[in-house]
Design a protein around this ligand. Structure first.
Ligand SMILES: [Zn+2]
Ligand SMILES: [Zn+2]
Length: 332
């Protein structure tokens, strides 16, 4: 397939580096639906009011199609293709942001994802939830909304916010005289912001990882996988000590894969890790390997991955920037 070649060869994805225990197409895999910041990449201002010289990263989007451009990044979102022992596949998506529909059209088709079996939300910010209206696009058609609702796992706090943003997705019964309108059917399930309150979504167990996303806000990451342990943390400015313990080599045990937030290349930010803090955290947690997500246009995929190859050799932990569409086979 033309696209397949483009992504696997054109973008120099090193599958040996990234493969985590096996790469059979019928096994479990992680698919990075989005690896960019909230405003996504390209940054619109770089294109409508170009600087002189123009932003190299954003300008690539004018000549390279998104499916072949690792510097084209939608909102952070991960699809877990969970293959159970009986060979059944379950599709679990973490976050449904502003760019959800575009991600479905591009990567569900490319990776042959037929549906979404359950949804997990990290928090209620726009880049994690504003695609929820479009969930109906991946649900069976019923003009009367008579379908099995998709389970969606979220905190009480996120639920209250979504009830304001999308009252029609939360409303249980029609009011007197209200017409039926087709909307996404969701089965809301409240989870706790605590590492010791795991939950099961589509047969896979998840441990919530509360982290600070700004000092006034708790966001969830998730730890999952029985055979290979994966932690996904998309929005973080600081690790509380108990969360850090749960995913540290020196604490509860070494992760096979850490997926971690990194917003800007330099400096720091009040609500996110930037590159220096992200790399410090990787060293401290010491996973077997790490992939970074949430990048702005400051990151140039190939250039920064070259830097990371050197860093990885030096520190003994393979780390790379992820990219939209990346599929990582993994034994869960
Ligand atoms: Zn730019
Ligand atoms: Zn956020």
């Amino acid at each position: 397939m033309e696209n397949q070649k483009a992504t696997e060869n054109g973008n120099n994805i090193d599958h040996n580096f990234l493969a985590v225990n096996g790469d059979a197409r019928d096994g479990s895999a992680l698919i990075f639906l989005g690896t960019g910041c909230s405003s996504a990449v390209p940054n619109a201002m770089c294109l409508i009011q170009p600087s002189d010289p123009p932003c190299q990263v954003c300008f690539q989007s004018l000549s390279i199609p998104p499916d072949r451009n690792p510097n084209y990044r939608c909102n952070t979102s991960l699809l877990i293709d969970y293959s159970q022992s009986d060979g059944e596949h379950n599709y679990i998506i973490i976050d449904v942001g502003k760019t959800f529909r575009e991600q479905v059209l591009r990567w569900f088709t490319f990776h042959k994802i037929p549906r979404v079996d359950s949804i997990i939300l990290t928090h209620e910010h726009a880049d994690a939830v504003l695609g929820l209206d479009d969930i109906r696009a991946v649900q069976p058609f019923s003009p009367t909304n008579d379908i099995d609702p998709t389970p969606i796992y979220l905190t009480e706090f996120a639920m209250a916010s979504i009830a304001v943003k999308f009252p029609y997705l939360v409303q249980k019964k029609l009011k007197e005289g209200q017409e039926v309108r087709r909307v996404a059917q969701l089965d809301w399930k409240i989870i706790e912001e605590q590492c010791d309150k795991p939950f099961v979504a589509s047969g896979l167990r998840f441990v919530p990882l509360p982290v600070m996303h700004g000092e006034d806000y708790i966001c969830l990451g998730f730890l999952f996988g029985e055979k290979c342990k994966v932690a996904y943390i998309s929005d973080i400015s600081r690790f509380p000590s108990n969360t850090e313990y749960v995913i540290s080599k020196n604490g509860a045990g070494q992760l096979d894969l850490l997926i971690l937030d990194t917003l800007y290349k330099n400096g720091s930010h009040n609500t996110h890790f930037c590159f220096p803090q992200t790399l410090e955290a990787v060293k401290k947690l010491c996973p077997k390997r790490a992939l970074l997500i949430g990048m702005t246009h400051e990151f140039d995929h190939h250039k920064d991955n070259e830097f990371l190859v050197e860093w990885s050799k030096r520190e003994g932990i393979p780390v790379q920037l992820a990219q939209d569409g990346l599929r990582v086979p993994i034994d869960l």
